[in-house]
Design a protein around this ligand. Structure first.
Ligand code: PGA
Length: 256
C-alpha cells in the first residue's frame, strides 16, 4: 500500500510572514491527528526558514519548488540543493510545467537537478503532463512517454523512496478544469506501466504518482481514490489552510 502525499505548491505567493501564518494554520489543524500519509508545503525559497521555524515537530513536511542544477559556483540567482537541505527541506519539485514553459528548462536540467537532490538525501517530485493541443490531438500518452523517457532512464539512482512523480495535465493547472477521475486513473496507470518498463516492476509498484491540476476539497477524495493516484500536487487550493486540509481530509477518507 503506497502512502499518500498531499503537497502544496505555493508558487510565487507567501512572503515569510504570510507563509509562517499559513504553515502554522495548517499545522494547527493537523496536530494531534493520526495521518496515514504525508503532508508537504513548498514555499518560495525566501519563506523556507520562516516555515521551518513553525513546522518543526508538526506533521507538515517542508519542500522547495525548484533548485539549481549545480551545487556551487558562479550561477547568479540560483539556490543549490545542499543549501535547501541545510535549511530543512526534504522534497524538491522539479520540472513543473511553469519551469518548462516560462524558464525554458530542459530534460537535461531536470535529470541533473534530480540527481543532485538525491545526492543530498532529499526526495524529488518530478512533474510532467501534456498541454491541451496535445490532448485534443490524441497525443497525451505519446507526450507523457517522451517526457518520462527523456529523464527517468538517465537518473543515477532513482527508486520508489527518493522519487515521486506528479502527472499534471497543463490544461488543468490553475484553470479550474480538472481531469476526470477516469482520465487521471488512465494516465496514472499508463505512467506506472512506463516506470515499470524503465525502472522495473518493483519500483513502479511502490512509486507514488500524484495528480496535479485544480485539485480541491470537493474533488480530492474521488481523484485520490483512484487506484493509481497516490496524492495531489496542489497549487491554488494550498494557499488557504482550510482548503488544503480539506484535501488532506479527502486523502484520509480514501485510506480510512
Ligand atoms: P493548481 O496548480 O492546483 O492551481 O491547478 C497545480 C500545480 O501547478 O502544481
Amino acid at each position: 500500500m503506497r502512502r499518500y502525499l498531499v503537497a502544496g505548491n505555493w508558487k510565487l505567493n507567501m512572503g515569510p510572514q504570510a507563509g509562517r501564518d499559513l504553515a502554522a494554520a495548517v499545522g494547527e489543524r493537523l496536530r494531534g491527528r493520526t495521518l496515514h500519509g504525508d503532508v508537504l508545503v513548498c514555499p518560495p525559497f525566501v519563506t523556507i526558514p520562516a516555515v521551518a521555524a513553525v513546522a518543526q515537530g508538526d506533521p507538515v513536511l517542508l519542500g522547495a519548488q525548484n533548485c539549481a542544477a549545480h551545487e556551487q559556483g558562479a550561477y547568479t540567482g540560483e539556490v543549490a540543493p545542499g543549501m535547501l537541505k541545510e535549511a530543512g527541506v526534504q522534497y524538491v519539485i522539479i520540472g513543473h510545467s511553469e519551469r518548462r514553459q516560462y524558464y525554458g528548462e530542459t530534460d537535461a536540467d531536470f535529470a541533473a537537478k534530480i540527481d543532485l537532490v538525491h545526492a543530498q538525501g532529499m526526495k524529488a517530485i518530478f512533474c510532467y503532463g501534456e498541454v491541451l493541443e496535445e490532448r485534443k490531438a490524441g497525443r497525451a500518452e505519446e507526450v507523457v512517454r517522451a517526457q518520462l523517457q527523456a529523464v527517468l532512464p538517465r537518473l543515477e539512482g532513482p527508486n520508489a523512496y527518493n522519487l515521486v512523480l506528479a502527472y499534471e495535465p497543463v490544461w488543468a493547472i490553475g484553470t479550474g478544469e480538472t481531469a476526470t477521475p477516469e482520465q487521471a486513473q488512465q494516465m496514472h496507470a499508463f505512467s506506472r506501466a512506463l516506470v515499470a518498463e524503465m525502472l522495473g516492476a518493483d519500483v513502479a509498484e511502490n512509486m507514488r504518482i500524484l495528480y496535479g491540476g485544480s485539485c480541491k476539497p470537493g474533488n480530492a477524495r474521488e481523484l485520490i481514490g483512484q487506484p493509481d493516484v497516490d496524492g495531489g500536487l496542489i497549487g491554488g487550493a494550498s494557499l488557504k489552510a482550510e482548503d488544503f486540509v480539506g484535501i488532506v481530509d479527502g486523502a484520509e477518507a480514501v485510506v480510512g
